[in-house]
Design a protein. Sequence first.
Lengths: 201, 201
Amino acid sequence: MPKVTQQHMDARRKQILDAARRCFLRDGFHSTSMQDLFAEAQLSAGAVYRYFTSKDEMILAIAEENMRDVLDITVAVATNRQGRSMGEVMAELLDVIRVKAVEEDVAGLAVLVWGEAMRNRSLAHELDQLMGGIRANLVTLVREHQEDGGLPTNVTAEAIASTMLSVLPGYILQVALFDPAVVAEVPEAVRALWPAPAGER
Amino acid sequence: MPKVTQQHMDARRKQILDAARRCFLRDGFHSTSMQDLFAEAQLSAGAVYRYFTSKDEMILAIAEENMRDVLDITVAVATNRQGRSMGEVMAELLDVIRVKAVEEDVAGLAVLVWGEAMRNRSLAHELDQLMGGIRANLVTLVREHQEDGGLPTNVTAEAIASTMLSVLPGYILQVALFDPAVVAEVPEAVRALWPAPAGER
DNA sequence: CTCGTAAAAGGGAACGATCGTTTTATTGGC
DNA sequence: GCCAATAAAACGATCGTTCCCTTTTACGAG
């Protein structure tokens, strides 16, 4: 017989996760102490440990949430193609990521997750699946643009998609760590590098 | 009046740094304890602290060494251009990085450094300078290939170079964390995406 | 060449601090 | 008056680092 409503529990959980996000972004996963986190969440140890059994579980929850966000972004952008060139799709993807980086620090968290995946095999596996999912979305796009002449056909669609995919972490890294002005021109360049074929312009 | 030779001290320092590299790659910077490191180096605490005043100093030394390695690689590849297409230069760069990733774990260490830069502003600044240096090398290459028609001229050379630069972290991330087969085709695709202009083939 | 010596290098126990977590005590709604 | 929810103190473990003692080293004197 719960004493509080489900929505209250959900709100508490969100309150804790939001505080954890801020702490982790400020100090990194392992330099954030649980004491820091309690203070940030304005809760006691007992309260937090009622919702999460360990620090690792919180790290995992936040990492997975961030990976879901990134996948959702790419699916949304890749689905809405309607005759745009490959460069236009990629440029929009980068722009959306930049916005989400400013609003929710999606980029900074992603960089932290990469580092954590280096010493956490299951997290690395989840990251592998995330990137595999993004690549799958890109492959179908690439294939369409190979057929209409917008992309070379002497290599596989998978190879080109992997290259497009490789642009994302570099962009995310720079948005997370440096002045955004450094990569401000990249979407524009991406559009120029992979325009619509001459016949369709 | 030193009591041991300089080369002995250099050897000890290298012995410690090599052990630290292995530890950091295995457990990450902050989950590696100094005790782990003493055991890996087969030295006592007193011995290690004679060569490094703190753990952070060791992290910094290893991070800077790795950044120097990456810059050296790009300078070497970018200098040896001799009429190759932009795609060929980038493909060779990726291939060299893959080899160095297997031999010396350059890629894994780079991913760790990115994460550390998130909570260390001076390290982030050094990383910014590293990427700025790589971009500077790419800009001159891009400019040449814009002139011979191999790359579009409706965007700046800096913008295109930034895009090329963005491919590197994504490639490094995947080489460090996943099966290398995942990105095996990328160099080939890069060659196809940015070939020499038709007139020069 | 041999030995004595000063000083640096190395070993390892021990330090206080802080870690993540658990336990205990108290509160407050039903 | 019960019981979930929270707060706060306390836990043992382990952290990075320091201290002190022993060993090893280079080098000058005989």
